[in-house]
Write a protein that binds this ligand. Structure first.
Ligand code: SF4
Length: 512
């Protein structure tokens, strides 16, 4: 029978174009009391004007599509980099469902995190009982080596005290006394996912390293990735460190957890930095972070409590990767291997091949502070001009650092840093001062649709394209990846703009 033929099962992209749905939508409109379509079109046009831009930028009490997420999201990403660690979110269940689905949609991997499932009674009387029961259940059901607890808005609004609750939970026998339960308060009404990452990293390191300080160093270098969503970057850092011969500890390595092999067996805890290595990180020679603004408190803690020097290097583009390798070489006394020098030469060659298509191209970009600084550094290196830079989770320190970077190049002269602004502000900017290219996460597809600015997807989250997170943006190989995404997006656009036969196709060239 026709209705049982699987060929007749339509994907939703096709399904709703069928007559029966189109008729249904038309009929539904009659009852919606919508505005006159001409007025809607006229208003939509008005939103593209300078007049609307000024009104848009005058808004104070409303945020529309901020380029940031909330603290616990970052906290649980930090937690899953450690071996056998179960993230536990103290608060409402819906928040945790959102975090899990956010990561699953980006990494296309299962993401395990539990919740104390606070509801109305816990909101009134406090969530201690939920946490005591939740810890006991998590420990016995999921057999973790560590449970890392963070909070949602709900627990923070009522002032739940994690330190006291965990002490009481251990006294009640939820988990053994010596079982590690690091925690971080992660109120989402301040900061963003990068603050949550920082809080949790600091919480885990301070828990695991307590009493582990030795007389001498272990000769290692600690690497802290920060809120890193490119698996390829973690693997590239490990590859470079191995090539140079660095003895290192990655704090923490979630690359296997977020990219596990499909061999027919589900493992809840895949890979990760061992708790022993993490505990010994207090005895390292030094700590290098690859992001500054997602590791601020962690680095302060390491310097103050461990008496260990820290530094920040962003190995993006030629200059950033050079700085990283020179630093590794200086710290270890080992030369930079020929293999990496060859990679550098190939990356410089690739940049030179594409230079003519990149020079002077105007770019808008948005994202987390460290991502944006790395990308701006790269754009200046290739002779592109950052024009609109939107960072919702900005700080004064970040803006000063970015401004200093822009001032190092004539290509940075026309850039405006729009700190604390959102993607609806960026929409106005793109309409009133158009650019050649937009760089940002998947949410930029709505700006692409409205403004027709070609979009290069770089950042987090990337939900609507597959596998980009597997690539690196770090190192000389990452330089080629960034170049590839950017220049080929520009060339795709050029083809689209020269496609009309006998009209524009005089420039529809085979060779670019
Ligand atoms: S902002 Fe608060 S309520 Fe919303 S998902 Fe984050 S923690 Fe939950």
């Amino acid at each position: 029978m026709a209705q049982n033929n699987i060929d007749n099962i339509k994907d939703h992209a096709e399904l709703f174009h069928q007559d029966e749905y189109q008729e249904l939508f038309a009929a539904k409109k009659q009852f919606e009391g919508g505005h006159d379509p001409d007025l809607v079109a006229q208003t939509a046009e008005w939103t593209k004007t300078w007049e609307y831009r000024e009104k848009n930028f005058a808004r104070e009490a409303l945020t529309v599509n901020p380029a940031k997420a909330c603290q616990p999201l970052g906290a649980i990403l930090a937690a899953v980099g450690f071996e056998g660690t179960l993230p536990f979110v103290h608060g409402s269940q819906g928040c945790v469902a959102y975090f899990r689905s956010h990561f699953t949609r980006h990494f296309k991997e299962p993401f395990s995190a539990v919740s104390s499932s606070m509801t109305e009674d816990a909101a009134v009387f406090g969530g201690q009982n939920n946490l005591i029961d939740g810890l006991a259940n998590s420990y016995s059901l999921y057999n973790p080596k560590m449970i890392a607890i963070c909070t949602t808005c709900m627990a923070e609004v009522i002032g739940d005290d994690l330190q006291a609750f965990i002490t009481n939970a251990k006294a009640a026998g939820s988990v053994p006394e010596e079982f590690p339960v690091p925690y971080a308060h992660t109120p989402s009404f301040v900061g963003s996912h990068i603050t949550g990452y920082d809080n949790m990293m600091k919480g885990i390191l301070s828990n695991l390293t307590k009493g582990k300080k030795a007389e001498t160093t272990n000769g290692k270098i600690n690497f802290i990735p920060g809120f890193e969503t490119y698996i390829g970057n973690l693997r590239e850092i490990k590859r470079i460190a191995s090539l140079v011969g660095v003895n290192y500890t990655l704090l923490a390595d979630n690359s296997d957890y977020l990219d596990s092999p499909n061999d027919g067996e589900y493992r809840m805890y895949q890979g990760g930095t061992t708790l022993e290595d993490a505990a010994d990180s207090i005895n390292a020679e030094t700590t290098i972070a690859f992001q500054s603004y997602s590791t601020t408190k962690t680095r302060e803690y390491i310097e103050k409590e461990w008496h260990q020097p820290t530094s920040v290097v962003r190995p993006v583009g030629i200059r950033g990767t050079d700085e990283f390798l020179i630093k590794l070489s200086a710290l270890t006394g080992k030369p930079i291997p020929q293999e990496l020098e060859d990679e550098r030469g190939r990356a410089v060659d690739a940049l030179t091949d594409s230079q003519a298509w990149l020079h002077g191209k105007k770019v808008a970009l948005y994202g987390d502070p460290d991502l944006v600084i790395g990308l701006v550094q790269f754009l200046l290196e290739i002779g592109a001009e950052p024009v609109h830079i939107v960072v919702s989770n900005t700080t004064h320190e970040f803006e000063a650092e970015l401004r200093a970077l822009l001032d190092t190049s004539p290509f940075g002269a026309n850039a405006t840093i729009w700190g604390g602004k959102d993607l609806w502000h960026l929409r106005s900017l793109l309409f009133t001062e158009p650019v050649d290219l937009l760089i940002g996460n998947s949410y930029g597809k709505y700006l692409w649709r409205d403004t027709h600015t070609p979009l290069v997807r770089i950042g987090y989250p990337i939900f609507d394209r597959h596998h980009l997170h597997r690539y690196s943006t770090y190192g000389y190989q990452g330089t080629i990846n960034l170049l590839n995404w950017i220049v080929n997006t520009l060339l795709d656009e050029l083809d689209r703009n020269t496609i009309v036969p006998a009209k524009t196709d005089i420039s529809y060239d085979l060779i670019r």
